[in-house]
Design a protein around this ligand. Structure first.
Ligand SMILES: Cc1ncc(C[n+]2csc(CCOP(=O)(O)OP(=O)(O)O)c2C)c(N)n1
Ligand code: SF4
Length: 329
């Protein structure tokens, strides 16, 4: 049945979403926390892409940043510390019609969840992953994380941490099947938005490390880079970020980098100062695990899994017929 003009307009109106359609509750993050900027960029992306809230899922682990799904009026799972990625992969495997996003902290992803992180990159499922990297455990009030700068005094490193920080970009770029890696900073919203958008449009696992301010426990950690725009190196390329003239006036330190070049991406990713910001690597040809598996072996249905659970639990049930009532003495 073809629709009339009025029905068409009504349908369009119905399908159009405003920012409020993705906003849920009042974030409980501290004032000045970079998570607020990441949330704003992602809500804008959902609005601009017209994502249907009922077809969108945000998955997180545990941490301040992992409160993300609470503030999105979409489906969401605030899961277990370090386990956001395997849960998101399960969702993706079962429901390929959904857009699945992951928010994870540097402790959540690079410490307790490190094993899952490496394997998620290798499986390359179609997920958009944001690593909110504030270089500290925020929720538990300041313990050193793997990305903490050497020498950081924290509750677990009172004499200063002894090791150089782990670099999540070079680690990710070293894993087989890596297909998209980018770096953003929460204090340049225009670039943050462009990177989040490029990550969403990539088919495969897009890994975006976002340097995120934590004024509560890492006050001033990024101040030298915020105060001197020369210490931010914007990566530009026709296949990467296109830097607007306005932005270019402030951020003059730019480097042309072709995101297809993984060796160069690894070199750039190792640089700590200036901080490289942009799309480091993109390869849309890496197969996604869900496509590799498609048609090879039927997926287990929810009914099948439920029956398996019940059978397992029933093993320990004592049924009345196993234990007939004893005659009263
Ligand atoms: C199994 C387990 N171990 C430890 C904790 C305690 N814990 C909660 S959040 C967290 C670290 C959070 O740091 P990060 O992932 O960097 O996120 P942020 O709070 O900085 O956003 C820890 C250790 C936990 N909830 N579960
Ligand atoms: S403690 Fe840090 S990471 Fe957590 S909400 Fe406050 S500023 Fe953000």
């Amino acid at each position: 049945m073809s629709l009339g003009a009025t029905e068409c307009l009504l349908q369009l109106y119905d399908e159009r979403h405003e920012l409020e359609d993705y906003q849920s509750g009042v974030p409980r993050w501290c004032t000045g926390c970079g998570d607020n900027a990441i949330l704003a960029a992602v809500q804008r992306l959902c609005r601009d892409e017209g994502l249907r809230p009922e077809k969108t899922v945000f998955v997180s682990g545990i941490g301040c940043s992992s409160r993300f799904p609470h503030y999105m009026k979409t489906y969401g799972l605030h899961t277990i510390h370090g386990r956001a990625l395997p849960i998101a992969e399960g969702i993706r495997m079962a429901r390929q019609d959904l857009d699945v996003f992951v928010s994870t902290g540097d402790g959540d992803c690079c410490s307790i969840g490190a094993g899952h992180w490496i394997h998620a990159i290798r499986y390359n499922m179609n997920l958009t992953v944001f690593l909110h990297d504030n270089q500290v455990y925020g929720l538990t009030k300041k313990q050193a994380s793997p990305t903490s700068p050497k020498g950081l005094k924290s509750n677990t490193t009172p004499r200063g941490s002894y090791l150089d920080a782990l670099n999540p970009l070079t680690v990710t770029l070293g894993v087989q099947n890596v297909s998209f890696v980018a770096q953003a900073v929460d204090w340049i919203p225009e670039v943050l938005y462009d990177i989040v958008s490029a990550a969403y449009h990539h088919k495969g696992l897009s890994f975006v490390r976002i340097l995120q301010r934590c004024p509560e426990f890492m006050a001033g950690a990024f101040d030298p880079w915020m105060q001197d725009p020369q210490r931010i190196q914007l990566l530009n390329h026709p296949d990467g970020l296109k830097i607007s003239a306005g932005l270019g006036r402030t951020y003059k330190n730019q480097l042309e980098h072709d995101p297809a070049n993984i060796d160069r991406a690894r070199e750039i990713a190792s640089g700590l100062d200036p901080i490289p910001v942009g799309i480091l690597y993109r390869n849309p040809k890496v197969p996604c695990y869900e496509d590799v598996r498609r048609g090879k072996q039927p997926l287990r249905t929810p009914e099948y899994v439920k029956a398996g659970f019940n059978a397992e639990l029933d093993k320990f049930t004592i049924w009345p017929e196993d234990n007939p009532a004893q005659p009263a003495s």
